[in-house]
Write a protein that binds this ligand. Structure first.
Ligand code: ATP
Ligand code: MG
Length: 441
């Protein structure tokens, strides 16, 4: 993409209304534009990152055996009356009337809808277990939308829902999602720790919030560094291996990790001081098992293997896809701007021509652009504008692409270009061929 033909409205000044670094950088780098309180337009660069995050989330859901569908944003109030939540939900729910005075709502979550959809088709134990998910916009009329996309009113969420014949099965489905989350966050380049969350309406140990450590996080978190030493995603269990699974959860919950809501000073004191990690954290995901709460209230039953009717056991599993963009920036930036992990970067390479008025530089930059475009599949953002070199450097650092290639007249005379890695700041002079080879591999 040539910057001279792109839409990337970057701003020099730090926006006055933004309090945290990710919000400031998202506005300055032209990723988002606020259109109403807690509601954002995703500008081209932001949209590309959002799509990359979404795709990684999707691939890991698919790998875990979850099945994608897409439910609408608008839901009928009657659906929520079946579970009793229409009246219980409170003012976070945006309630709407259509022209026939029928009551609708903009979905804050989808337990009711997925239960109704699956209930109307699932007949017997052969139809279970299943985990269904979608990636869809949600609306919650947060009392205090703030921190940009971190606490928006409209936000993108991946929400998955599992249906099992019994509790042992539900624990397995929960385990599959827990592992998918660990893989997802690792691929996204963020360190997210599952922490015991306040137990849901039916109690039990199966409720975890995934928290990314960042000084601007909304909750206080405490965990044992032993957590990071183990690869929790490498465990494998066959369905039905209840003993193995129980042992896994026992181990997982024996390593201390809690938010301020579940923090236990006595247990914390038992963690050796050099392993105590304490700080602020951002919730990027939440998984929980809630038994038959929705299946029972919404009249879902399937026939068991022995012919008796069974009310399925359910769990739900959310990831804040749009919030993650803020969390990634909180965890990965410096004074000059964003530092995108390669997996989510909007483009991999920023190509800078220092002198748009220099025929030799233009020819060389155009040539490299064409070759990189061929090699890297259009993953190059080419600053071909007629602007000062210094401003171009500042913009490239701000938008945080992993690699920069700089073409200037002095280097060209010696047959070299400069390759800079954004994360380390490390610069190298290379021949055009070597630079192309480095970026290809
Ligand atoms: P929070 O305590 O932050 O309000 P929640 O418990 O209401 O979150 P869930 O209902 O579990 O959140 O939603 C799943 C995920 O959706 C959360 O882990 C979070 O990443 C994301 N999320 C929730 N509310 C918002 C919001 N207002 N803006 C952006 N993302 C959100
Ligand atoms: Mg909330």
């Amino acid at each position: 993409m040539r910057l001279s033909r792109y839409f990337m409205p970057v701003a020099k000044e730090t926006p006055a209304d933004a309090q945290i670094v990710s919000h400031k950088l998202m506005l300055r780098a032209g990723l988002i534009r606020q259109t109403a309180a807690g509601i954002y337009a995703w500008l081209p660069l932001g949209q590309r990152v959002l799509r990359n995050i979404e795709q990684i989330v999707r691939e890991e859901q698919d790998r875990a055996g979850a099945i994608e569908l897409l439910m609408p944003t608008l839901q009928s109030a009657d659906l929520w009356r079946q579970s009793g939540r229409y009246d219980a939900y409170g003012p976070e729910m945006l309630r709407i009337k259509d022209r026939h005075e029928r009551e609708l709502l903009y979905g804050p979550t989808n337990e009711e809808m997925i239960t109704a959809i699956f209930r109307d088709s699932a007949r017997s134990y052969r139809d279970l277990p299943r985990t269904l998910y979608h990636i869809q916009w949600k609306f919650r009329d947060e009392i205090r939308p703030r921190f940009g996309v971190m606490r928006g009113r409209e936000f993108l969420m991946k929400d998955a829902y599992s249906f099992d014949m019994d509790e042992a099965g539900a624990r397995h489905s929960y385990f599959e999602q827990l592992q998918a989350y660990i893989r997802t966050f690792r691929r996204l380049g963020v360190q997210a720790v599952p922490m015991k969350a306040a137990s849901g309406p039916i109690g039990g140990d199966l409720s975890h919030e995934f928290i990314v450590l960042a000084p601007t996080g909304e909750s206080e978190v405490f965990y044992d560094a032993a957590f990071e030493a183990e690869d929790w995603s490498s465990h494998r269990f066959e369905r039905g291996d209840t003993a193995g699974l129980n042992a896994f959860f026992k181990r997982l919950t024996s390593v201390y990790a809690a938010t301020d809501e579940t923090h236990d000073e006595a247990r914390w004191a038992e963690v050796p001081a050099d392993r105590q990690r304490q700080g602020r954290g951002i919730e990027v995901g939440h998984i929980f098992y809630f038994g038959t709460k929705y299946s029972a209230s919404m009249g879902m039953k399937v026939q068991g293997r022995d012919g008796a009717e069974v009310v399925p056991q359910m769990g739900s599993y959310g990831i804040g896809v749009s919030r993650l963009m803020g969390a990634i920036i909180e965890a990965s930036h410096d004074d000059a701007g964003i530092i995108w992990p390669e997996a989510v970067a909007p483009y991999q390479v920023g190509l800078i021509n220092m002198r748009a008025d220099h025929a030799g530089c233009v020819a060389a930059a155009d040539d490299i652009y064409a070759k990189l475009g061929g090699l890297a599949g259009g993953r190059v953002l080419y600053d071909d504008r007629d602007e000062r070199g210094g401003a171009k450097f500042a913009t490239m650092d701000l938008i945080g692409l992993p690699w920069q290639v700089v073409i200037g007249p002095k280097g060209l005379e010696r047959g070299v270009v400069e390759l800079k890695q954004r994360r380390t700041g490390e610069k190298q002079e290379l021949s055009v061929e070597s630079a192309l080879a480095r970026l290809a591999g």
